[in-house]
Design a protein around this ligand. Structure first.
Ligand SMILES: Nc1nc2c(ncn2[C@@H]2O[C@H](COP(=O)(O)OP(=O)(O)OP(=O)(O)O)[C@@H](O)[C@H]2O)c(=O)[nH]1
Ligand code: SF4
Ligand SMILES: [Mg+2]
Length: 408
């Protein structure tokens, strides 16, 4: 299970002041010396991540952060990095010590509530000072989930794990399924997977592997082949498949060869629903029709890499947009966790599929785009739209996409 992709782990962030014991708590929760502990303030500089199994939830990723009350210019940098972790936090621990709660913790608490991040308040160092009745009353009035622990002696750490499980089960975001609602148990999905120069050697890419895994978990059947085998795959089935899923690259050919009465979509669109908000991303793609030559388009990729030949973000997507529009808007590119503070100067944001990210992180970007009134879409949805295939690719879903008016 330690091989579970990061994007599928529940991200639990530990936040608090310097020296409150965040790193000690991470070590106590994982039973390992993962993060450096010292009595010196500001020991943790960059966020420290530790994957772990937390049964019965399964795979989680604990993230220890730098104290958010750090000072000086380096301190500011550390705070900025730690605050970025908030964007992907599914469940937060606000760590305080010795019954302390000041404006600092209150601001953090409010900010997390605004972001709809479930919070557990952990009061550390109860070996020095036990949780006071007054402080308990205060936290109860706030309707906070809370617990007192000692990261040093291990007291109540097992109970904290139980509380994390309870909170995650009741309050954390549910992910939509990848495909199990579209292909009933016992039914077949045909998967079209081109193997060309861009395909990684000896393995399938994450969205393909995870789609197959979910079909297996659902007792459905997966028939997999390259685009050259599509007709023969369809021909050998006694009953039509419930769904044909293709890589966006082979979309046009697959749409031509799959009869209209058989539902088809792409891996990217399945993942647009899994990682983000399909409605919002579809609404964003339609806005392409409104772009003007002087407009700026922001292209974001979650992974950082040097641009390769015919790079999807740097070359393919801009080319697709240019060809579709017949003119050349301005493009700006951001990679990794870099994201402009103010996106309102853009007329459209085109994001990668975020397959390596957790859902929360992509939803955070969608939220930022929505707050700024800027439409956002992703590669897969945009490709389907420019090919005039989006309407058809959305048919398998039960959601209402009536806002999608026309094929170009
Ligand atoms: N008595 C006691 N000491 C603790 C406890 N947890 C942490 N400490 C001590 O508090 C000090 C700071 O602990 P850290 O875990 O490094 O704190 P931190 O919040 O990660 O600190 P920064 O990385 O500097 O922000 C160390 O001297 C720890 O040994 C606890 O439960 N009880
Ligand atoms: S850049 Fe985006 S789509 Fe590509 S692998 Fe990374 S997360 Fe997935
Ligand atoms: Mg630390």
């Amino acid at each position: 299970m330690l091989g579970t992709p990061k994007g599928f782990r529940l991200h639990i962030g530990i936040y608090g002041r310097r020296n409150s014991g965040k790193s000690s708590l991470l070590n106590a929760l994982t039973g390992q010396n993962v993060s450096i502990v010292s009595e010196e303030e500001g020991t943790t500089t960059d966020p420290v991540e530790k994957p772990m199994e937390l049964q019965p939830i399964g795979p989680v990723l604990f993230i220890d952060t730098a104290g958010l009350d750090d000072i000086g210019s380096l301190g500011k940098l550390r705070i900025t990095r730690s605050r970025k972790v908030l964007e992907k936090t599914d469940l937060a621990i606000i760590l305080t010590e010795r019954n302390g709660w000041s404006d600092f913790e209150e601001t953090l608490w409010e900010e997390m509530h605004a972001l709809k991040i479930p919070v557990i308040v952990v009061v550390n160092k109860i070996d020095i000072e036990p949780l006071s009745p007054d402080f308990q009353d205060f936290l109860k009035k706030k309707k906070a989930s809370f617990i007192g622990v000692s990261s040093l002696t291990g007291k109540n750490i097992t109970d904290l794990k139980g509380l994390l499980v309870k909170k995650a089960s009741s309050d954390c975001l549910d992910s939509p399924p990848i495909v199990s609602d579209l292909v009933p148990a016992g039914q077949t999905a045909v998967l079209v997977v081109p193997i060309d120069l861009e395909a990684p050697k000896g393995r399938l890419i994450l969205p393909q592997a995870q789609t197959i895994r979910e079909l297996l978990d659902n007792n459905s059947v997966a028939l997999i082949g390259k685009e050259s085998e599509l007709s023969s795959m369809l021909g050998r089935l006694k009953e039509p498949p419930s769904l044909v899923i293709t890589d966006s690259q082979a979309f046009r050919q697959v749409a031509r060869e799959v009869p209209e009465d058989i539902k088809m979509t792409s891996f990217s669109i399945l993942f647009a629903r899994l990682k983000g908000d399909l409605q919002e991303l579809v609404k964003g793609a339609i806005q392409l029709d409104r772009l003007k030559e002087e407009d700026s388009v922001l292209i974001c990729e979650a992974c950082t890499h040097h641009p390769v030949e015919n790079d999807i973000g740097k070359e393919q997507i801009p080319r697709l947009i240019r060809e579709y529009l017949g003119f050349n808007p301005r493009f700006e590119h951001y990679q990794g966790t870099d994201f402009p503070d103010n996106v309102s100067r853009f007329s459209l944001i085109v994001h990668c599929g975020a397959c390596m990210w957790n859902r929360r992180q992509m939803l955070y970007r969608i939220l930022k785009a929505r707050e700024a009134g800027v439409p956002i879409t992703n590669y897969g949805v945009l490709i389907a739209f420019t090919l005039g295939l989006l309407e058809r690719a959305l048919l398998p879903f039960s959601e209402d996409f009536s806002l999608y008016k026309k094929s170009p």
